[in-house]
Ligand binder design. Structure first.
Ligand code: C2E
Ligand code: CA
Ligand code: CA
Ligand code: CA
Length: 282
């Protein structure tokens, strides 16, 4: 039995070693990914449920690795955070997204107030000079701060509330808007988060996908979140809407904005430009 145990450890060791090597390799690859243009920003339309028209976009990062193909952001963003590369990468995403927001407003006058929503890691939020950097990128790209939203997860804000609040205040003084992302997945209450300078609440996909005709627990909670957010004067964006039924239910709750595969998946800028040119109305 002992011998078997040993053999097991040997295999386990080798696997761990292989994972560590693979990880190190990916770190190195990620360092080069920006210069070699392997990173791309995709954009997912956010729809106004009243008009059925595109009102804005969420910028979502993509990595096309030359050997491994597409690597999911959930995986490589963790690497970027651990190595500090998130600073460079995050600023690059913000610059790209602000450029596109400005360009699309000019190119498509039928969409004069498209907003752009960009994800911000807690590592970016607590990094010195974030506010100056954001201001610099806004000036450089000519993007009107009114049309920029920054998304910060509920967990990130709640964990470091004391550090984060002054930074959020400074960001709003630039004239940009702040969203709480993935709301409902952490453990904080909306009544507490309300005291943060936020304008928008994004209801997590796990709630939206749980919406059914029968009023089950998830449906009740989702409906309560939307109601409370509205009564606190917050804008609500429902994430991950995939079905007509989810759409109808959200609409009946008075939810104004939504994104999801029901309308469009995130896509590269040429596809988005073609979509805007066709001026879709759902
Ligand atoms: P997130 O911010 O919650 O982004 C929403 C995710 O839901 C995206 O996954 C999007 O493609 C996906 N999604 C949208 N609609 C639907 C739908 O109807 N059905 C389903 N099944 N999925 C839908 P994605 O692009 O894989 O991004 C995953 C996460 O990676 C993001 O979650 C965000 O936390 C992170 N991320 C992506 N880009 C960036 C970035 O530029 N900076 C930072 N810090 N994080 C990013
Ligand atoms: Ca997000
Ligand atoms: Ca989200
Ligand atoms: Ca999420």
């Amino acid at each position: 039995a002992k011998a078997v145990g040993k053999a097991c450890y040997a295999v386990f060791d080798q696997t761990m070693h292989r994972h560590a090597l693979e990880r190190l390799q990916l770190e190195n690859d990620l360092r080069r990914a920006i210069e070699t243009q392997q990173l791309q920003v995709h954009y997912q339309p956010i729809i106004s449920m009243d008009t059925g028209k595109i009102t804005g976009f969420e910028a979502l990062l993509r990595w096309y690795h030359p050997q491994r193909g597409m690597i999911a952001p959930n995986y490589f963003i963790a690497i970027a955070e651990e190595t500090g590369l998130i600073q460079t990468i995050g600023q690059w995403v913000l610059r790209e997204a602000c450029q596109k927001a400005k360009l699309w407003q000019l190119t498509f006058p039928q969409f004069p107030s498209l907003f752009m929503s960009v994800n911000l890691s807690i590592h970016q939020l607590t990094y010195p000079n974030l506010v100056e950097k954001v201001a610099e990128i806004l000036t450089e790209t000519g993007c009107d701060p009114r049309y920029l939203k920054l998304e910060i997860t509920e967990t990130a804000i709640a964990q470091k509330a004391e550090t984060v609040i002054p930074i959020l205040e400074e960001l709003t003084q630039l004239g940009i808007q702040l969203c709480i992302d993935d709301f409902g997945t952490g453990y904080s209450s909306l009544s507490r988060l309300y005291y943060f300078p936020i304008s928008t609440l994004k209801v997590d996909r796990s709630f939206v996908s749980g919406i059914t005709q029968s009023t089950n627990g998830t449906t009740k909670i989702a409906s309560a979140i939307v109601n409370l957010a509205h009564s606190l004067g917050l804008e609500v964006i429902a994430e991950g809407v995939e079905t007509e039924q989810q759409l109808a239910t959200l609409r009946s709750w008075g939810c104004q904005l939504a994104q999801g595969y029901h309308w469009a998946k995130p896509a590269a800028s040429p596809q988005i430009e073609a979509l805007l040119a066709s001026c879709p109305c759902w």
